[in-house]
Design a protein around this ligand. Structure first.
Ligand SMILES: Cc1cc2nc3c(=O)[nH]c(=O)nc-3n(C[C@H](O)[C@H](O)[C@H](O)COP(=O)(O)OP(=O)(O)OC[C@H]3O[C@@H](n4cnc5c(N)ncnc54)[C@H](O)[C@@H]3O)c2cc1C
Length: 299
């Protein structure tokens, strides 16, 4: 029996698992291999099998910043579950597993009278995804609150503790590599009145409802903001709201959100992103850089 067959037998690895349902765009093909890892022991077994060293790797968080190709991902996708979704508060620090949903983290902190993490309430990702992308909004970024992240190299199995500086966190950037897995992180908040924290979270939610196309299939901001302006304002100023490829369109509500209909493919998303990027460059000279990540596409 091969290593893969042994892991399939014990249910740790599955073959040909559709990834679309695990992303916020709900589009895209299957992973050749898919491992849901619920504990440190399962992670160790996966690494010891050698599978992580032999295949291209994708760590999947909550899929809120990813577009997976319609042909899928020809490698091993790893998703943390179980013990990696646990979070706790100690004094003014919050410790959370890499798969902890960010809105839950924000609420948990506020309920424990720890403020400073409220900005996470409207970011539908995970702790690992937030660190990889240095997620942020309303003037605060992950790097402003992160103390340390525990990272495992999926090829060697070695672990390391990295602070924001050694993670090279900057605007929607980190040096977390494709073969690195954020298994936990510690955030620093400050003692405060939970009523104020709850009001701030309500305000953030209200603002998002008013300004972003909530309840639709999207992956948040498509492009990073170029220096001195927002990508949304630039795209809007060029009259590109409503531009459409297949069943994906530039949102009428926020021009940096591209919204998919039920018949959309990941190819539609990719082609619309390219069409908007090309049009913006032709008409303004600005080169927009995608914030969302494309997985499994041929360059
Ligand atoms: C409606 C909406 C609103 C959004 N608003 C914001 C916003 O205000 N600010 C903002 O910054 N983003 C925003 N986003 C984008 C997205 O939620 C964030 O980038 C988030 O941090 C992605 O986390 P995720 O778990 O979904 O990551 P995924 O999309 O699953 O993955 C993104 C990247 O992170 C990596 N990754 C995920 N988990 C781990 C891990 N445990 N270890 C190592 N690498 C990992 C993946 O390999 C991939 O490279 C929004 C998205 C949506 C849909």
């Amino acid at each position: 029996m091969s290593d893969i067959d042994a892991l399939v037998e014990i249910g740790l690895v599955r073959r040909e698992v559709p990834l679309g349902p695990l992303t916020t765009y709900k589009a895209g093909g299957p992973a050749a291999y898919f491992a849901e890892v619920a504990s440190g022991d399962e992670l160790a077994a996966l690494i010891e099998s050698g599978l992580t060293a032999r295949h291209p790797l994708l760590v999947l968080g909550r899929g809120s910043n990813l577009v997976v190709a319609d042909s899928g991902f020809d490698g091993l996708v790893i998703k943390l579950v179980g013990e990696f979704t646990a979070a706790s508060v100690s004094e003014t620090r919050v410790e959370a597993g890499g798969a902890t949903p960010l809105p839950r983290l924000a609420r948990l902190a506020v309920d424990a009278e720890v403020l400073g993490l409220e900005f996470f309430v409207g970011v539908p990702g995970s702790v690992g995804g937030a660190i990889r992308q240095n997620a942020g909004c309303f003037g605060t970024e992950t790097k402003d609150r992160l103390v340390v992240a525990e990272i495992v190299d999926l090829v060697t199995g070695e672990g390391s503790d990295r602070d924001p500086e050694s993670l090279d966190l900057a605007y929607r950037h980190s040096n977390v590599a494709a073969e690195e897995l954020v298994i936990s992180a510690t955030f620093q908040g400050h003692r405060g009145d939970p009523t104020a924290g709850k009001e701030k979270m309500r305000e953030i939610t209200r603002w998002r409802k008013e300004h972003q196309p909530g309840g639709t299939l999207n992956a948040g901001s498509v492009f990073k903001n170029p220096p001195g302006m927002t990508a949304g304002e630039l795209i809007d100023s060029l009259g590109l709201k409503g531009m459409q490829v297949g069943d994906v369109a530039v949102s009428e509500k926020h021009a940096n959100f591209f919204v998919a209909g039920p018949g959309a493919t990941s190819g539609d998303v990719r082609r619309l992103v390219q069409a908007v990027k090309d049009t913006v460059f032709e008409r303004s000279g600005t080169i927009l850089e995608p914030e969302i990540q494309f997985v499994g596409f041929e360059e």
